[in-house]
Design a protein. Structure first.
Length: 288
């Protein structure tokens, strides 16, 4: 599993480096430097890996999903830059390095995030697929990251800061804030691979359950992890409406196992699922 993950990760890293290399001589090069600082600043490339793997599950050429995988990583980087800002979570470190606004200032960090979001759609449009498939992918991506999806989840999170939430309200936040981008990753992989409607539905079902298990584990790590392991501050979510606050650590552990098993069950429509099954288990049992 580690070898396959490394292959996908290295491929995505190289694609992103090549994408940004075309802008090195532009007069606004400081903007690109700030963008690269975050998008090429490490990370597990989980969302890109999911896109590439679901493409492989639907066809032989997983590299067809490369522009989609890169675009998802750009959008993820933008979301982290903005999430770390003083007006949001006010974090000083990300992946063991100073956050973008600590290095480039708040104004440039905001613009770097804006540019990553916009340029991600240029990357999607560059895919060697039919116009119909590209348009479908754009719609899926925009729907998952916009007001209905990731941004909507962030808004709900901000609105909830001054009160304790119900179970459904916590699920509403996390299914959008974290789950929507994972959903987009899996769906775009199927689109790139020319998958069937049945495969698309299965991929989205898998993504929703995996995203839930992933977020619960993330909430747990904020309590039981260390800054050295996670590369960012811990205990920062203590006052937030997290799954740990809602259920407690023991119940969260049970739910992670439950939702991971349910996610894996969605993969029955695919063949050769050994890697994706192992990946799902590793993500929801991770220590960092």
């Amino acid at each position: 599993m580690d070898e396959i993950s490394k292959q996908y990760r290295d491929f995505t890293e190289e694609f992103l480096k090549n994408w940004f290399s075309q802008f090195r001589d532009e007069p606004q090069k400081l903007l690109y430097e700030a963008m690269e600082y975050s998008v090429l600043g490490g990370g597990k490339r989980i969302r890109a890996i999911l896109a590439l793997e679901f493409c492989r599950l639907c066809c032989d050429d997983w590299k067809r999903a490369a522009p989609f995988a890169a675009a998802i990583e750009m959008i993820h980087a933008y979301s982290l830059i903005h999430d770390d800002l003083p007006a949001m979570d006010n974090d000083d470190y990300r992946r063991g390095k100073p956050t973008n606004h600590k290095v480039y200032g708040e104004g440039m960090a905001i613009l770097a995030g804006d540019a990553l979001l916009s340029d991600a759609f240029s990357c999607v449009a560059s895919a060697d697929l039919s116009a119909k498939d590209i348009a479908f992918a754009v719609g899926v991506l925009a729907g998952n990251i916009g007001s209905w999806g990731m941004v909507g989840g962030q808004v709900l999170d901000i609105m909830s800061e001054q009160r304790e939430l119900s179970e459904q309200e916590v699920l509403d936040i996390q299914s959008r804030k974290t789950g929507a981008l994972i959903n987009a990753s899996c769906a775009l992989g199927v689109i790139a691979g020319g998958g069937s409607e049945k495969q698309l539905q299965a991929a989205c079902g898998f993504a929703g359950l995996l995203g839930l298990a992933f977020q619960i584990r993330d909430d747990m790590l904020d309590v039981i992890g260390t800054q050295e392991e996670l590369g960012k501050g811990v205990g920062t979510d203590a006052s937030k409406n997290t799954f740990v606050r809602l259920y407690g650590l023991s119940k969260c552990e049970e739910l992670v196992e439950k939702y991971t098993a349910m996610a894996i069950d969605q993969l029955k429509v695919f063949k050769d699922t050994a890697y994706i099954v192992s990946l799902a288990k590793s993500l929801t049992n991770r220590k960092m």
